[in-house]
Design a protein around this ligand. Structure first.
Ligand SMILES: *Cc1c(COP(=O)(O)O)cnc(C)c1O
Length: 389
């Protein structure tokens, strides 16, 4: 109709937390002042708390891929043997990255929508005792599938290899016990569950990983984690930090930590569950039915319907941006995000819109059936108790 609110409903960037966005306006500060050092220290402390780790946690000025690259360039040397678990576009990014840096990669590939099993990883590590690192995605955002991080961590922990988890959409959507499970490197990004714009990458580093860093002779300069850690310990950073984002992060982390990371995770999990129920009610198939994660739900469009029609329909009718499939999945699936600042009111609206768009494109729909499935999930978990925050 005539007024269409802009709604960013993709799995990154995600909807912004308004107080964090407003705080960004106060970014006319200098980064080498006591005022700013305080903000940075508070953000770093808040991040450690949100990630739930006692490992060193660093913030880099980059999108998430910057921290992915740092995890390749800071802990290995050329020709080191590593294992990459790849079941989607982001797994492929790991494979391309480690190869670009001259690592000797064993790439365990599974079809899109599936995941690499802990058993397959265990067999590979048994046959290759010289592997120095294992790379995975906690949540493969391109397919909506989630790896069994806990089981895989348990396997890697028994070997000399370090376990490197791209948790960019895993953080805030699934439990990730970094210290308890032994996640040596855990990577996050500001524009996912952290509710602020793209521009910061997060990386936690275990003592086991620091030991590898001491022997690594890969060329690196901007993303030198050892130097970054030294600077961070003094409350500073090697380069000009992204001041506006750090101010916003501080505010968003306050919100997330007050709420509790477990509640943020539960929120995403319930929205994901509601989406799966809505899909079933509308006779739609999930793209990753066996290992669905909670960051995003990938749904197949009915046979013969281009998912681009749904994506475009959301934009033109409702001002909403939802995600199409990536690569060969484009046109076949669309993806509904749940991570970060999403709530059930978003969900009611998005499923109601979806019903209308499906109907418009020839898929028989009883209007309201998907919405009712979402309402039912909400009624079961939340109508009896006040919603917090
Ligand atoms: C968003 C995302 C990334 C990072 O992409 P950037 O564009 O560099 O922020 C990496 N891995 C996963 C699983 C993601 O969802």
């Amino acid at each position: 109709m005539h007024i269409k609110k802009q709604r960013l409903l993709t799995p990154g960037p995600t909807p912004l937390y308004p107080p964090a966005l407003h705080a960004m306006m106060a970014s006319d500060v200098h980064h080498r002042t006591q005022d700013f050092i305080k903000i940075q220290a508070s953000a770093m402390q808040g991040l450690k708390k949100a990630m739930g780790t006692s490992n060193d946690t660093l913030i880099l000025t980059a999108s998430g891929s910057g921290a992915m690259e740092a995890s390749v360039s800071n802990f290995f040397s050329m020709k080191d043997k590593v294992v990459v678990c790849s079941a989607g576009k982001f797994g492929e990014r790991w494979a391309e990255m480690v190869q670009a840096f001259g690592l000797d990669a064993i790439v365990l590939t599974e079809p899109y929508g599936s995941v690499v099993s802990p058993e397959r990883l265990a067999e590979t590590l048994k046959a290759n005792p010289d592997v120095k690192g294992v790379f995975i995605q906690a949540s493969e955002t391109s397919t909506g599938a989630a790896h069994d991080v806990e089981a895989m961590a348990k396997i890697v922990r028994e070997t000399p290899a370090i376990f490197i988890v791209d948790a960019i959409t895993g953080l805030g959507t699934m439990p990730l016990k970094i210290d308890e499970w032994g996640i040596d490197i855990c990577i996050g990004g500001s524009q996912k569950s952290f509710m602020i714009p793209p521009g910061l990458a997060f990386i936690s580093v275990s003592p086991k990983a620091w030991a590898l860093n001491a022997n690594s002779c890969m060329p690196r300069y901007y993303f030198d984690l050892k130097r970054e850690k030294k600077m961070a310990d003094k409350g500073e950073s090697s380069w000009t930090p992204n001041t506006s984002h750090l101010i916003a992060l501080n505010v968003a982390l306050q919100y997330i930590n007050d709420l509790g990371m477990d509640k943020l995770i539960e929120n995403a999990q319930l929205l994901a569950k509601a989406t799966r129920h809505a899909a079933a009610a509308l006779d739609l198939e999930l793209f990753s039915p066996n290992n669905p994660g909670s960051s995003v739900t990938a749904i197949k469009t009915p046979a013969g319907m281009d998912s681009g029609l749904i994506v475009k329909g959301f934009r033109t009718h409702f001002g909403a941006i939802i995600a199409n499939g990536q690569g060969s999945m484009q046109g076949k699936i669309f993806r509904m995000a749940h991570l970060g600042y999403f709530d059930f009111a978003d969900m009611f609206a998005v499923i109601a819109g979806l019903e209308l768009l499906l109907q418009q494109n020839g898929h028989p729909v009883e209007l309201g059936k998907g919405v009712a499935a979402v309402q039912k999930v909400y009624a079961e978990v939340a109508m009896q108790q006040p919603v917090t925050a």
